[in-house]
Design a protein around this ligand. Sequence first.
Ligand code: PLP
Length: 499
Amino acid sequence: MDLDTAPALAPAIAEHSLDPEDWTGMRALGHQVMDDMLDYLEGVRERPAWQPMPGEVVERLREDVPERGEGAEAAYRAFRELVLPYPVGNIHPRFWGRVMGTGTAFGMMAELMAAAMNTNASGLANAASHVEAQVLEWFRALFGFPEGASGIMLSGASAANLVGLATARTARADGDVIRGGIRVLGRRPVVYCSEETHNSIDRAVVLLGIGRDFLRRIPTDDQFRIRLDLLEQAIRDDVLVGLQPLCIVGNAGTVATGATDDLEALAELAARFGAWFHVDGAFGALAALSPELRGQVAGLSRADSLAFDMHKWLYMPYEAAAVIIRDREAHHRTFALSAAYLGRAERGAEADEFRFNEYGPQLSRSFRALKVWLSLREHGTERYARQIEQNVAQASYLAELAWDHPELELLAPAPLNIVCFRYRGRGIPEERLDGLNAELLMRLQERGIAVPTTGRVRGRFAIRVANTNHRSRREDFQLLAESVVAIGREITDEMELAG
Ligand SMILES: Cc1ncc(COP(=O)(O)O)c(C=O)c1O
C-alpha cells in the first residue's frame, strides 16, 4: 500500500440514513404497535393454546427478497397477518410444553428499551456492563456464592452449561488446554452426570473435545436422582485405568421429571476426587428464591459453576440465562484472548475495566440484563418466589388429579413443577398405551386446548407438563385432566370400533 499518495477525492453524493423521513408517522406506528402488542398479551387466554400454520401462509412467506422496500406500515401488516397468529404458544395459560417461560408485558417493553439503546454489551465503558454485573451480583448472593465469584449472561442454559464446562476444563484438566488443546493432556478427562441429564451437557462435551464416550451417564434411583454408589464406582474404575475425573454435573430439576440430585453428596464426591462440580439448574435453581422450596435444591451453593435460565422460571422474554462461576480467574483465563483491535485505554470510551466478552464465547452481545434488572425492580424477588411456589402447587394439584382418577396414571413423582402422566383407561393392554397417548397428545394440541409435550418415563410415553407459566390457573389443570380423559375415551372407542 502506497501511503505517499493522497487518497482519491470521493465525489459528493446524496446521503441518507435509515431513520424515518416522517418521524410523526413512525411515532403513530410505534404507538399502534405498542397498543396491539399489549392487546395481544391481555387477550392471550381467548386464543387457542396452539394452532398449526396453514400451508398457504407458509407459502406466502416464501417470497424473493424485496429489492424495493414497502415501508414500515406494510411490513408491520405482513407481520400481523403472517407471523403473529402462529406463535409456539408459550405465552398461553395452558402451554406447558418442553420447559418454556411466558414473558411479561414489562419484559416486552424492556426489550424495546434495550433495542432503542442498541448497546453492544461486550465492552467499552457504558451502563450495560454495570447493569449486567449488578444482575449477576444479585444472583450470586441469592444462590449463596461467595463474593468475588464471576458470571456472565448468556443465551440459554445450553450456553451456560458449555461455559461452565469449558471453565472446568481450563481449571482442572491435566495440562494447559488453553495453549495445547485437548491432545496435550496427561490424562483423558471424563465428565459424569445422571442418565436424566439434559443433552446440552452432551453437546458441551462434544464441543470441548472431551467426546461423548467420556461422558458417563449414571443410572438413577426411583426418584430419578443420580445413584451415588454407581457414580463413585464409575469414578474409581476410571481412575484405575488412568483417566481423569474432570467434572461431576448435578441436576437441580431434571428436564424430564424435575428431580434434583443430592447436590451436597455430589459436592463431597467432587472434592474427594479433585473434580469440578457443575450444576445444571436451568429452571430448578430458581426454586432457591422460595424459602419453602429452597431445601429441595440444597447444596446448590457448593457448585463450582451453576447454569440457570431466566427465560424459564423467571418468566423473562427470550433469551436470558447465566452462569455463576466460583473461580473468577479460571473463568477469565478460558475466554480472555486479547487482540490489538480490542485495546484498552486509560480514559474515554475504551476505558472499561470489565469486559464481558472476556468471560464468554461472544464478542458482540445484546443487552439481555436490562429486562432482568427492570423486572426484578418491578416485582421484587418475593413476588417471583410466590409465582414459583404457585407453579409448584399447581403441579401438585395436577399430580393429585392424575393419581386420583381411575383412568389416569401418574408416571413419576412430581417434586417440583413437572408432571408426567398418561391416560390408562380401563383394561387397555400396556402395548397399546404409548400409541394411544401419543395420539391423545396430538389431539390436545391440534384442538388448541392445551400444550403439554412428549415425555418418556422409564421407556413409557408420558404426557409431560412443565409448569413455568405465571398465567396458568388451577382450573386450567382441571380442564387438562378432563380433556385427557375425554379424548382418551374417544380414542379408546375408535380403537374398539377398529377391533
Ligand atoms: C435441565 C435443563 N438443562 C438445560 C436446558 C437447556 O436450556 P436452554 O433451552 O435455555 O438452552 C433445559 C431446557 O429445557 C433444561 O430443562
